[in-house]
Write a protein that binds this ligand. Structure first.
Ligand SMILES: NC(=O)c1ccc[n+]([C@@H]2O[C@H](COP(=O)([O-])OP(=O)(O)OC[C@H]3O[C@@H](n4cnc5c(N)ncnc54)[C@H](OP(=O)(O)O)[C@@H]3O)[C@@H](O)[C@H]2O)c1
Length: 264
């Protein structure tokens, strides 16, 4: 689908990857709607782009989410990027934290898709892009809640894509590895996962553009060994689970749980 002139909404535009994705789409001529909770960060980003609207919305709040839908009726492309890292063992979560992670990471993207899809079908064009970490394909310790939401997005997108075949509307998932220059890991002072140098937020922006322009079902944005591991995760999940149970991986997962504890 052509991005130039398209109306594009980006959730989580106030965050690290959301900013980079918005810049990449702006450079392709998109007319952007930026959403997030922090108005100051959205305004700052909008002032650096060629012209973008902003909508402040807490995706965990059902009334605010309904209000956001009303503002996005004419959107051609949705980038569902906002998420909470929701790291840690399941028994560390309160029921409220569990609900919030499900609401922000999975329910909001599904609900936005459900509400925006009829308009796109009528117009005969549209694209949904869901942002998931590679942990949305590889079993990783200390991430049962985050993984549930991101594996969920992958299944949602893959099945939706099949139902939309021939309609002019499509869906893609982008799978970045550890992003080291901005975003949740960088903000918490955390480095890339063991065995990885990490990737950049600009590469993620490029991946989003590729997925839309070439209508790719999935785009991995990571170095070759990590992309290979993600394929292996699909072919042999048991083997992959044993590999990610190594001491080094568990230590990194514990670091993530601690560093991103505020992401609930
Ligand atoms: N960073 C990485 O290494 C990495 C790797 C792979 C995939 N990802 C994925 O990339 C996406 C963006 O992550 P990031 O690293 O850019 O994280 P980030 O900098 O923490 O940004 C998260 C974004 O989500 C928004 N958000 C969180 N809770 C929200 C809520 N209740 N309502 C509305 N918006 C909410 C935040 O908005 P406010 O700040 O305005 O509240 C912020 O814009 C996520 O889907 C993540 O899973 C990240």
């Amino acid at each position: 689908m052509e991005i130039n002139g398209a109306r594009v909404a980006v959730t989580g535009a106030s965050g690290g990857l959301g900013c980079a994705i918005s810049r990449a789409l702006d450079a392709c001529g998109a007319r952007l709607i930026l959403t997030g909770r922090r108005e100051d960060a959205l305004e700052k980003l909008a002032s650096q782009l060629r012209g973008a609207d902003i909508v402040v919305c807490d995706l965990a709040d059902r009334k605010q989410l309904a209000g956001l839908v009303d503002r996005l009726v004419d959107v051609d492309i949705l980038i569902a990027n906002a998420a909470l890292a929701a790291t840690g063992k399941l028994d560390d979560f309160t029921p409220d934290e569990l609900d919030r992670a499900l609401d922000v990471n999975l329910r909001a993207p599904m609900m936005l898709t459900h509400q925006l899809l009829p308009g796109m079908i009528r117009r005969g064009r549209g694209h949904f892009v869901y942002i998931s970490p590679i942990a949305g394909k590889i079993p990783s310790p200390r991430l049962p809640v985050y993984s549930a939401t991101k594996y969920g997005l992958r299944g949602f997108s893959a099945s939706l894509r099949q139902d939309l075949h021939g309609s002019g509307v499509s869906a893609s998932v982008i799978f970045p590895g550890s992003v080291v220059d901005s975003g949740m890991l960088a903000d918490a002072g955390l480095g890339a996962a063991p065995g990885s140098k990490g990737t950049s937020s600009d590469a993620v922006g490029h991946g989003v553009v590729t997925a839309i322009e070439r209508d790719r079902a999935e785009v991995d944005v990571a170095e070759l060994p990590i992309r290979f591991a993600s394929r292996l995760g699909g072919l042999a999940p048991g083997l992959m689970a044993r590999l990610t149970q190594r001491k080094q991986s568990i230590a990194y997962a514990d670091q993530l749980s601690l560093g991103l504890r505020h992401h609930r």
